[in-house]
Design a protein around this ligand. Structure first.
Ligand code: ZN
Length: 188
């Protein structure tokens, strides 16, 4: 199970056009170790046309990249906002999101990230959460989330604090992931 990662990619063969669109989208998403992924985002203050076009662009990118969440930091916008799927059918933007309730029950599952491609690591997350925030027009929104949707929202809130799945996993999985991510020096 992935959070904003490649959930659908593993379940179906992509046709060449869809795969090309996915690659194009991924090329526009900041990749580890981009410094934007480590920054704490500031709250959004203006709910204007610029914000609305940004969230629309992020929704398109997320859908094309076959993710179920995408945070501002991942497109170099260090503001507290993300887009995600709160259920199977919808894609929404949440601005200045806060997790206002979380269950004591938690589960460990493998998570991926659109900014750390090719890596899946086990991460423990609360099973159910209540997410509050605003939409791109400034209206208050509230989502009761469970399963993969609760997991995705917790993953995206982490992005806004500069926290990544490799910080949330076991020491062993982290070591293994970092060794895969280390740039390879090619001697010719
Ligand atoms: Zn991510």
């Amino acid at each position: 199970m992935d959070a904003d990662g490649q959930l659908k990619e593993e379940e179906e063969e992509l046709d060449p056009e869809r795969d090309a669109r996915r690659r194009l989208a991924l090329a526009q998403i900041r990749q580890y170790p981009d410094v934007a992924l480590r920054m704490a985002a500031r709250p959004v203050e203006e709910f204007d046309d610029e914000l609305r076009s940004l969230t629309e662009r992020m929704e398109r990118l997320m859908t094309d990249a076959l993710g179920i969440g995408l945070a501002g930091n991942q497109v170099g916008i260090i503001r507290r906002l993300f887009v995600f799927q709160p259920n199977e059918d919808d894609v929404v933007a949440v601005v200045n999101p806060e997790i206002v309730e979380r269950s004591e029950e938690s589960s460990v599952a493998d998570e991926g990230c659109l900014s750390i491609q090719g890596i899946l690591v086990p991460v423990e997350r609360a099973d159910t959460i209540t997410l509050a925030g605003r939409d791109a027009n400034g209206a208050e929104v509230r989502y009761e989330l469970d399963g993969i949707y609760a997991r995705a929202a917790q993953h995206e809130v982490d992005h806004l604090d500069g926290v990544l799945i490799i910080d949330r996993t076991t020491p062993e999985a982290r070591r293994e992931a970092l060794s895969l991510l280390r740039p390879r020096i090619v001697l010719t």
